[in-house]
Design a protein around this ligand. Structure first.
Ligand code: NAD
Length: 345
């Protein structure tokens, strides 16, 4: 390897984080502690004290309240956006126009026209964009996909996804979340494409079975989506806001010559047996625990793409496609009929 190539490969990507709340602080800690390929040079949050606290904890020198202050900084090559969903689109546009590569948390935005505007700016600026679909970086989901893709177990026929949260987020969060399918279900609406390719039609049903407060703003806490894929296969997504036994994360792809599935992980693998039967530990409490390693891996791969000028593993088109599926599911729920994906947009 030439000296220039070696220097390029060991060069650290200078990155900043905008939004250091729940998710942004996790990304910030991961970059500083676990991603040696990156150099975290600045953090930003409109709640300055929140950004300052994480900067003090990690020894980050630059802390700003207004993200515009980062845009002229030639030193910053890439920006991770982990602000509230309603701010993603305009921040993405500004960051792209400033010529910086972008990692943006999911969902890209809740309005399709705003997503289109942001993606157009990304394209015009020629910067990279990766969307935070962390589950694609989980070894088990990937292994199921690889087994099916190998053709070893035949043709995929039915996909099942179970995604149930252990408990409700705050009502304040729920009121502006975009609804259960666009918020909680967005990961599944990306996962179905990751596992099976394009979706042609969805039929969704849902209800409030657990918390009547949701009725005030027309959301649901329990839902099912039936999917028809372009490859002829079918699928289901099963979502709930509250599974009392813990974060329930399972997936199966049933195929013509077998099946590939992913079970729940457990906090420990110990099992107790006695005269009443067998008991074992619950799943890890929530996404921060279950998907901790994915949050590191997705950003590590993003940094590598920036450093080595590679295509990002999840793109703006993936980000938009999941939101389009979410709108199709919502339309189906409201109109109580199957909805073709081509009806959306
Ligand atoms: N990938 C995942 O598993 C996952 C999990 C949770 C949240 N998320 C996503 O991450 C994003 C953030 O969610 P969260 O739970 O961390 O929310 P949060 O409210 O804890 O954090 C958001 C932060 O952004 C800051 N902010 C808002 N507008 C800003 C602006 N204009 N400039 C700078 N800072 C601004 C807020 O002050 C807040 O600190 C959301 O889009 C959410 O959907 C993804």
């Amino acid at each position: 390897m030439s000296i220039e190539k070696e220097a390029e490969m060991t060069k650290k990507v200078k990155i900043a984080v905008i939004g250091t709340g729940r998710m942004g602080s996790v990304h910030t800690r991961n970059i500083v502690r676990l991603i040696p390929e990156a150099d975290l040079v600045a953090v930003c949050d409109i709640r300055l004290e929140v950004a300052q606290a994480v900067a003090d904890e990690l020894g980050i020198q630059r802390v700003v309240k207004d993200y515009h202050d980062l845009l002229d900084d030639k030193n910053i090559e890439a920006i991770l956006i982990a602000t509230s969903t309603d701010t993603h689109a305009f921040i993405m546009k500004d960051v792209a126009a400033a010529g910086k590569h972008i990692f943006c948390e999911k969902p890209l935005a809740l309005e399709l026209d705003k997503i289109d505007e942001a993606l157009a700016e990304v394209e015009k600026a020629g910067v990279k964009l990766q969307v935070g679909f962390n589950r694609r970086f989980d070894k088990s989901y990937k292994q199921v996909r690889d087994i099916v893709a190998s053709g070893e177990i035949g043709r995929p026929c039915i996909l099942h996804i179970v995604n149930r949260d252990p408990d409700f987020p705050s009502m304040e969060f729920l009121r502006v979340s975009g609804g259960m399918f666009l918020d909680l279900g967005i990961h599944d609406l990306d996962m179905v494409r990751y596992q099976m390719g394009d979706v042609e039609e969805v039929y969704a049903t849902g209800a409030v079975l657990l918390n009547d407060e949701l009725k005030e703003f027309g959301d649901i806490d329990t839902g099912l989506i039936l999917l028809k894929f372009a490859n002829g296969a079918m699928g289901t997504i099963d979502n709930s806001r509250k599974a009392v036994y813990g974060y329930d994360q399972r997936l199966e792809v049933f195929c013509s010559n077998g099946t590939a599935m992913m079970e729940n992980e457990k906090e420990t693998t110990a099992v107790k047996g006695n005269m009443n039967g067998f008991t074992s530990a619950k799943p890890p409490y929530f996404f921060m625990q279950r998907y901790a390693s994915c949050y590191v891996e997705e950003v590590r791969q993003f940094v590598e793409c920036v450093r080595d000028d590679k295509k990002t593993p999840t793109t703006g088109a993936d980000g938009k496609a999941a939101v389009v599926l979410g709108y199709a599911a919502l339309k189906s729920l409201r109109e109580n009929r199957p909805v073709k994906i081509s009806e959306i947009g």
